[in-house]
Design a protein around this ligand. Structure first.
Ligand SMILES: Nc1ncnc2c1ncn2[C@@H]1O[C@H](COP(=O)(O)OP(=O)(O)OP(=O)(O)O)[C@@H](O)[C@H]1O
Ligand SMILES: [Mg+2]
Length: 642
C-alpha cells in the first residue's frame, strides 16, 4: 500500500512533539526511522496508523483512513502486547483461526510456517508469562511472537516500532529479513523505527528518515544519508558503521562538547527538507474507500466462536484455581454451618429470613465487586486487536460477558447447593431448583452492574469506591433494616428500584412458600392462644402452626413475585446494555481511529484537497494533541518523502 502524509504534526499541551512533516511510503520499499530517544519516532508511527490526534492528513492508496483499513495495517508496538496466560501457539492460532477458519488445515499450516520463520517452534507450547511470574518466555521471544502475529495477518502496510530492540544481532537480522520478504512481495510497504541497526540490517532498508527533537533532518534513500553529512564536513570514523555514525550525529546535543552537528548545519538540513516538502505535489482529492477491504475478515459467528474459546481458556485459568476453590468452599462452609440443619418450625423463621439475606447478599457482593476489573484485564490486547480489525466490539462483548456465563456460574452453583442442603433451607427439590435459578439471576444482574462500572473506565480506586457505595445502597435501602415509609416523596421511589430487595423477597418466598406449615413450638407449653407467637393458627388436630404466607408477612415480604422477577430482569438488561454503550464510547477512538485533527492550508499556495473535512468526521483541533497550524507553521513543513 502506498501511503502519503502531508503537514502531519502533533502537539501535546502546547508542546510540539512532532513538527509538521510530509512524506510517503511506497509499495515494495522498506523505510527505517531513526533518531534518539524522545525524537518523535513512535509519535510519527502512531500518526500513520491514525491512533493519535494530529494535524495534517494521511492517505492510504489515495483514500482517507476508515475503519476497514485497520485490517490492512499491521503494527508492532514498542512494548509487546501479548496475553501472558496463553502459549505461543494459542496466541497465533487465535488470529489464524479468525482469518482462515477455525481449525482448518490452512489455519494450522500458516501458524506452523510463521513459527518456523521466526524460530518459535521450540517454545510453541510454552506459556508466554510475564516478568516476575514463574514460567515465561524471553523478551526476544515475545518480540518475535509479536512480529509473527503481524506476518500472519498479511498486512498491506506494516508499521513496526523498534522491532529489533531486545534481540541479539542474528535474531534481529532474521526479523528484519522476514519484514523484507513481506515487502518484496511488491504489495506491502514497511516502516520501522530502529535503534543502532547493524550494517546488515541497515542495508536491508531502502529509505531512511532521520528525526531529532521532532524535526526531520533527512529523508531519502538510506544509502545517500552518509554522503549528505560527509559533504557538510562531518566525516565518519572508519571504525564506525554508517548507522552508528548517523546516530552519533543525532544523539549528541548542541550543548555537548563532542556535538558533531553545528547549529548552522542543522538549520541548513531542516531548510533543505522543507524545500523538498514544498516541492511535493499536494494530495489529490481523496479516492473512495479502498476496494477489497471488509470491516472484518471473519464472519460474526466465527468471531464469537474463536473469541469465546480463547476467553474460556483465560477464564478457566482464573475460576478454577486453588485459591478460588479454597475461597468458595470456605465461604460455603461458613454459611452452611451457621445455619446447619434448620428445623422446619416457627422458631427458625428468623434464621431462614437471615439465610435468604445471606444468599442474595453473597451473590450481590461477589459478582459486582469481582467484575469491576473485567475490561481492564488485557486491555492493551483488546485495544490492539480492535485496532487491527480482528473482530467487532460487539463480538468481544457478547463472548466475554454472555457466552462465558456457564463457567462463571460454576461456583455459585456449588455454593448454593452446599448451603441449601446443609442448612435444610427447604426440603422440596423444586424449591432448590428455584433457589438456584434465583442465585444465577442475581449473579448476572449484579455482575452487569460491575461490568458497567468496569466499562466506564474509571480508575480502579474510584471503581471500588463506587462499588462499595452501590453495595451499601442495595443493603441499606432494601427496607429490611429501616422503615422506608418515613422517606420524603422525592426519595420514596428509590427502594422500589432495588434489585437486591426483590431478590431477597423472592428467596424468602421460595424458602417459606404458602403451602408450608411450620409447627409453633410454644403450642405445647402455652396455655392460652394469647401467648402464641404472631401468625400461629390453631389447626384441626389441636396443634398450632404458622403458614409460609404468615411467616413472610412478619418480615413485610409482600411484593408480587412477578413484579420482583420483572425488576430483576429489567435491571439485568439495563446494566448489560449500559456496559456495552460505555465500553463502545471508551473504545471509540481505537475502533474508528483518533482522526486527523486539522487540515492545513497549502504552504505552496496551491489549492489542497486536504481542505475537505476529515474522512472520519472527527472534530478539528479539539484535543490536547491537536493543533491548528498557522500558514507559517505549514511553510516550515518538513519533507519525509522516501
Ligand atoms: N502523550 C504524551 N504526552 C506528553 N508528551 C508526550 C506524549 N507522548 C510523547 N510525548 C513526548 O514526545 C516526545 C517524543 O516521544 P516518542 O514516544 O515519539 O519518542 P521516541 O522517538 O519514540 O522515543 P523512544 O526511542 O524512547 O521510544 C518525547 O519527548 C515524549 O516525552
Ligand atoms: Mg518510541
Amino acid at each position: 500500500m502506498d501511503v502519503q502524509w502531508r503537514h502531519v504534526a502533533v502537539a501535546v499541551r502546547g508542546k510540539q512533539i512532532l513538527e509538521p512533516c510530509s512524506g510517503q511510503l511506497q509499495k515494495g520499499r522498506m523505510t527505517a526511522l531513526m533518531g534518539p530517544s524522545g525524537s518523535g519516532k513512535s509519535t510519527l508511527l502512531n500518526c500513520l496508523r491514525e491512533v493519535v490526534k494530529h494535524s495534517g492528513e494521511v492517505r492510504y492508496d489515495g483514500a482517507r483512513f476508515c475503519p476497514e483499513l485497520r485490517q490492512a495495517i499491521g503494527f508492532t508496538e514498542q512494548d509487546d502486547v501479548v496475553i501472558p496466560q496463553l502459549t505461543v501457539r494459542q496466541s497465533l492460532r487465535f488470529l489464524s483461526d479468525l482469518r482462515f477458519g477455525v481449525g482448518t488445515e490452512e489455519s494450522v499450516a500458516r501458524v506452523e510456517e510463521v513459527m518456523a520463520k521466526l524460530r518459535l517452534v521450540r517454545i510453541a507450547d510454552s506459556v508466554i508469562g510475564e516478568a516476575g511470574a514463574g514460567q515465561r518466555i524471553s523478551g526476544g521471544e515475545r518480540r518475535r511472537l509479536c512480529i509473527a502475529r503481524e506476518l500472519l495477518a498479511e498486512p498491506r502496510l506494516l508499521i513496526c516500532d523498534e522491532p529489533t530492540s531486545g534481540l541479539d544481532s542474528t535474531m534481529a537480522d532474521q526479523v528484519v529479513a522476514s519484514m523484507r520478504d513481506l515487502c518484496n512481495s511488491g504489495k506491502v510497504s514497511v516502516i520501522a523505527s530502529i535503534h543502532q541497526p547493524s550494517t546488515n540490517i541497515f542495508e536491508r532498508f531502502d529509505d531512511l528518515i532521520l528525526l531529532r527533537e521532532g524535526q526531520v533532518l533527512y529523508s531519502g534513500p538510506a544509502q545517500s544519508a552518509e554522503a549528505l553529512f560527509t559533504s557538510r564536513g562531518i566525516a565518519r570514523n572508519p571504525s564506525q558503521s554508517v548507522s552508528e555514525f548517523l546516530m552519533e550525529i543525532l544523539v549528541l546535543g548542541e550543548a555537548e562538547e563532542a556535538c558533531r552537528l553545528p547549529p548552522e548545519t542543522r538549520q541548513e538540513l531542516v531548510a533543505r527538507v522543507r524545500e523538498q516538502a514544498a516541492a511535493l505535489k499536494p494530495l489529490p482529492p481523496p479516492s473512495p474507500v479502498l476496494g477489497g477491504l471488509r470491516a472484518y475478515d471473519a464472519p460474526f459467528s466465527r468471531q464469537l466462536s474463536v473469541l469465546t474459546r480463547r476467553q474460556r481458556v483465560l477464564l478457566a485459568g482464573q475460576v478454577f484455581t486453588k485459591v478460588s476453590t479454597m475461597q468458595n468452599i470456605g465461604l460455603m462452609l461458613v454459611a452452611a454451618l451457621l445455619w446447619v440443619q434448620l428445623a422446619l418450625t416457627e422458631q427458625e423463621v428468623v434464621s431462614r429470613w437471615g439465610l435468604c439475606l445471606w444468599m442474595l447478599g453473597t451473590w450481590m457482593f461477589f459478582p459486582l465487586f469481582g467484575s469491576i476489573g473485567t475490561f481492564a484485564a488485557n486491555r492493551n490486547v483488546l485495544e490492539k486487536e480492535l485496532g487491527m480489525g480482528c473482530y467487532s466490539l460487539m463480538a468481544f462483548y457478547i463472548s466475554r460477558t454472555i457466552l462465558l456465563i456457564p463457567i462463571e456460574l460454576a461456583w455459585p452453583a456449588v455454593w448454593t447447593t452446599g448451603v441449601f442442603w446443609i442448612s435444610n433451607a427447604n426440603p422440596d427439590p423444586l424449591a432448590f431448583v428455584c433457589a438456584l435459578a434465583l442465585v444465577f439471576l442475581s449473579f448476572c444482574v449484579f455482575q452487569g452492574i460491575g461490568l458497567a462500572i468496569s466499562a466506564s473506565a474509571m480508575p480502579p480506586s474510584y471503581a471500588s469506591t463506587v462499588s462499595m457505595i452501590m453495595i451499601t445502597f442495595f443493603f441499606g435501602w432494601s427496607g429490611f433494616f429501616a422503615d422506608m415509609s418515613h422517606l420524603p416523596a422525592w426519595l420514596g421511589w428509590l427502594p422500589q428500584l432495588n434489585a437486591f430487595k426483590y431478590g431477597v423477597e423472592l428467596m424468602v418466598r421460595i424458602l417459606l412458600p404458602d403451602d408450608m406449615s411450620l409447627p409453633c413450638a410454644a403450642a405445647e407449653e402455652a396455655a392460652a392462644a394469647a401467648a402464641m407467637p404472631e401468625g400461629c393458627l390453631l389447626l384441626e388436630d389441636g396443634s398450632w402452626a404458622l403458614s409460609g404466607g404468615a411467616a413472610r408477612k412478619r418480615h413485610k415480604i409482600t411484593a408480587d413475585p412477578l413484579v420482583s422477577i420483572l425488576v430483576l430482569i429489567g435491571t439485568l438488561l439495563v446494566f448489560r446494555c449500559l456496559a456495552f454503550l460505555l465500553l463502545r464510547r471508551d473504545l471509540h477512538a481505537v475502533v474508528h481511529g483518533a482522526g486527523s485533527a486539522q487540515s492545513l492550508p497549502a504552504s505552496s499556495g496551491e489549492p489542497q484537497a486536504e481542505d475537505a473535512p476529515s474522512a472520519n468526521g472527527e472534530g478539528a483541533g479539539d484535543s490536547e494533541g491537536a493543533r491548528k497550524l498557522s500558514p507559517e507553521a505549514a511553510s516550515q513543513d518538513a519533507h519525509c518523502s522516501v
